[in-house]
Each structure stands twice: as structure tokens, then as C-alpha cells.
Design a binder for this molecule. Structure first.
Ligand code: SF4
Length: 433
């Protein structure tokens, strides 16, 4: 009898891929069927995120709910970044939890399930060349990890403390995985890493990979069945002209670039240890727009980082006005354990933090409303991936816009031309032509 597995994945795309890896590993030994009902599960996994305080606080109340409703003999395991930084403490706060498995120890999931109690949160464990067996939740898009960990030490970020140092996956493994996925129907390859455009700097054992990121993109796009290549997250520091040249000239590379700004103030960028200035970021954004006018640019912005003055915040607003990002992920600063900024004293009043976030999001919504009418009548190539209610299919443009059109299953996995008839801020409605 196949066992039932309930898995909840929080946080980023790398966590989504790690969850797929855990499902694949578990099925190596015995069949596990996914269930959306935790009450009938034999195994409950929570793959956690630690980027902000809120999800961590939510975790223990959630564990409580699962423990209350789980079936007799079912096991519960906590994985991911919160597991990495809390480790043993999870057992102290929730003794009924069976195992705690860090974000860097995914390949040990079978060992964890086999033991009564198990803890492994070693962030120096290296599974960069581990050949995970195959499982994908989405048959049309293949997430592929090209590196693990991060060598940057951004003052606000807990990731290096939960995912360890940066190691690139050998390009041979990545190309083989991309080929397998594309041949099984995933026309879109989505490359993942904390700093993808720093790829190849260090493999397991310290050697450099023969490929850098530009070469990796080029080689993946040579696979016939691959129609689109996407990636996240690049770092502005590694956005050189060679990278922009390959990005702009290769038709298979989707024209959406994530450029995490974090702050528009050079003084705050220095305090954040981001390694670049306001001028550098603007120069790179202008260069990208000039080399590839059809590209969309998205970004991450943190407001109210310790020490942020009104002038600093005004700098962030200025960069937003100049670059006119097509998408912004914006948050109030959230102090994270183990990070250097957690000890910074000049914290910003929560009221001011809320005002700044509101001002930024309100102005950005207005910028989007200025841009949206431009889509009317445009014809976009859309890769359909999802069925929605009411005879509607949804997909994405190369620029990462969400597009909805009338249609059924026959459109899933297809790239079709769509004429935009009703552009809205977050969704473009149109007709397949
Ligand atoms: S680059 Fe900075 S923000 Fe990104 S994962 Fe690394 S430390 Fe965190």
C-alpha cells in the first residue's frame, strides 16, 4: 500500500525544488502518494522559510495543529531554512516532532524518516553533486538548482546562515537534468540559485567550473526541446556587459530580469553590505534597458533598514521612478537572528516603517497603472501552464506577465500568440490568435 505524504512548502522557488527532491528521494524506496489532507497522511513535512520573523512564529502554531489532527503513527518532519537555524530548539518547543532536516541536508530525507528521532542541520554538508532522482510538480516548467548556498554576507539576510557557503553544481549535471526535463515535456527551464550570475566560481572541492553563467545559459538554450530559459536570482554586482549581451541576443532567454535593489541609498547599501552603489545600480539598469528594450525588470526593496533617513528613503523612491520596475517585492525590514544587522541599534519607528512601505507601494501601483494601457492590442507569446475556472487558461509572457485567455487543456504546454484585449495591473486578458 502506498504511503500518503502531506508536504507544505513555504518561501522561495529553491524550497519548491528542495520539496520535489525530497518527494523523489522518498519514492526511491517505497511509493508515497501526495495528499492535500494532512489528517490522512503517514508523513507530514513542513519545508520552512526564515527570511522574515512572521513565518517562523507561525510555524509552531501550525505544528500544534498538525499534531492535534494527525493520524495514529504518522510522522512529522520540519525541513528548510528555519530547521537549519533553530535545529534542536524545534524538539524543545515541539517534542512530538520526529525529525529536523536542514535546507542543506535534503538528500538525507530517507534516513530521517527511517529513524524515530533525527536531527541534521549541518550547513557545511555538500550535496551540490548529489544526483537526486526525478520528480516535478509542474510538467511544463522545470526548476533546476545550479548552486547551493551564498557567499555574500548581506547584513539583513539569514540565508548564508541556513544554506551555507556557495557551491556551484557541475555543469554536466545541470545540462543532463535540463535535457531530461525538456525531453519529458518541460519547454521552460528555470535556473535557481542565490546568485545565479556568479555561477561556476567554485565547485565542490574548490575548483572553478569551466562554464560561467553566460556559457551555461547558451548551452542550455542549444537543447532543441527547450523553448524558454528563465533564472532567479541574479546579483547586480555580477551584471556585466557579457551577461547582458547573452541575455539580450539569445531568443530563448526570457526577457525578464530580477535586479534586487534592496535600497536606493548608497549609504544604506553600504550598511547592508550589498557591494554596489545607487549609481552602479542605475547604470546597470539603464544599460540593460538600452541593450534589451523589451525586457521587464523586477526588484526587491527593504524599507526602514536601521539608520534609514528620510533622505535615504527618498533615494529609494528616486531609483524606483528612474527604473520604473515592472514588479516590486517590497517589505519592512525584519531583524533576523545570526545576521550582523540584528545588532544595529538605530532601528526605525514601526509607524514610520509602515508609512514608507505604504508610500512606496502606492506610488508603484500608480506607475503600473501608467504602464498597463500600453499592453492594449499588443500580441504576446504566452506559454500556457495552468487551467483556471470558467474555461480559462493562464500562462506567462517572456516578460513574466500573467496572461489569461479562453481555452482548455489543449493549450496546456503550448506557446501561443495572444492579442491583449483587456490589460489589468496584475493580469493581461486576451485572445489566442
Ligand atoms: S545575496 Fe545577500 S540577500 Fe541574497 S541570499 Fe545572499 S546574503 Fe541573502
Amino acid at each position: 500500500m502506498a504511503k500518503k505524504l502531506f508536504i507544505e512548502t513555504l518561501g522561495c522557488a529553491m524550497n519548491v525544488r528542495d520539496s520535489e527532491h525530497m518527494i523523489a528521494e522518498l519514492n526511491r524506496e517505497e511509493p508515497y502518494h501526495l495528499t492535500k489532507d494532512a489528517k490522512e497522511a503517514d508523513l507530514i513535512l513542513i519545508n520552512t522559510c526564515s527570511v522574515r520573523e512572521k513565518p517562523v512564529n507561525k510555524l509552531f502554531s501550525e505544528i500544534g495543529q498538525f499534531l492535534k489532527h494527525k493520524k495514529e503513527g504518522a510522522k512529522i518532519g520540519i525541513c528548510g531554512c528555519t530547521a537549519s537555524h533553530l535545529g534542536e530548539e524545534i524538539f524543545k518547543r515541539a517534542p512530538e516532532v520526529n525529525f529536523v532536516l536542514g535546507a542543506r541536508n535534503v538528500s538525507k530525507i530517507r534516513e530521517a524518516v527511517a529513524k524515530e528521532k533525527f536531527l541534521d542541520v549541518n550547513i557545511n554538508y555538500d550535496e551540490s553533486a548529489y544526483a537526486f532522482s526525478e520528480f516535478r510538480q509542474n510538467p511544463y516548467k522545470a526548476y533546476i538548482n545550479i548552486s547551493i548556498g551564498c557567499d555574500k554576507k548581506c547584513a539583513f539576510c539569514i540565508v548564508p546562515h541556513t544554506r551555507g557557503e556557495e557551491i556551484s553544481v557541475p555543469h554536466e549535471l545541470i545540462l543532463a537534468e535540463a535535457e531530461r526535463a525538456a525531453k519529458s515535456g518541460a519547454k521552460e527551464i528555470f535556473l535557481l540559485g542565490q546568485n545565479v550570475n556568479n555561477y561556476g566560481r567554485r565547485l565542490s572541492g574548490g575548483k572553478r567550473d569551466e562554464f560561467n553563467f553566460s556559457r551555461l545559459l547558451t548551452e542550455i538554450s542549444k537543447i532543441d526541446e527547450v523553448k524558454r530559459v528563465r533564472f532567479t536570482s541574479p546579483h547586480p554586482l555580477h551584471m556585466d556587459d557579457e551577461f547582458f549581451e547573452v541575455f539580450a541576443s539569445n531568443p530563448k532567454i526570457c526577457k525578464s530580469m530580477h535586479m534586487p535593489l534592496q535600497s536606493g541609498s548608497t549609504a544604506i547599501l553600504k550598511a547592508m553590505r550589498r557591494g554596489y552603489t545607487k549609481e552602479w545600480f542605475l547604470d546597470r539598469a539603464k544599460k540593460l534597458r538600452a541593450m534589451c528594450p523589451q525586457t521587464s525588470i523586477s526588484t526587491d526593496i527593504i524599507v526602514a533598514f536601521p539608520g534609514e533617513s528620510d533622505r535615504d528613503f527618498a533615494d529609494t523612491m528616486e531609483v524606483m521612478e528612474e527604473v520604473r520596475f515592472e514588479q516590486i517585492y517590497s517589505f519592512k525590514y525584519s531583524a533576523r537572528p545570526l545576521t550582523s544587522a540584528a545588532n544595529f541599534t538605530d532601528k526605525i519607528d514601526p509607524e514610520i516603517a509602515a508609512q514608507r512601505l505604504f508610500a512606496l507601494q502606492t506610488r508603484h501601483a500608480a506607475i503600473l497603472d501608467e504602464m498597463t494601457p500600453e499592453y492594449l492590442g499588443a500580441v504576446k507569446e504566452v506559454y500556457f501552464e495552468e487551467l483556471r475556472d470558467g474555461g480559462v487558461v493562464a500562462g506567462r509572457t517572456s516578460q513574466n506577465n500573467t496572461v489569461c485567455a479562453k481555452g482548455g487543456e489543449e493549450l496546456l504546454g503550448e506557446i501561443k500568440s495572444v492579442k491583449i484585449t483587456q490589460p489589468q495591473r496584475l493580469i493581461l486578458y486576451g485572445q489566442v490568435i
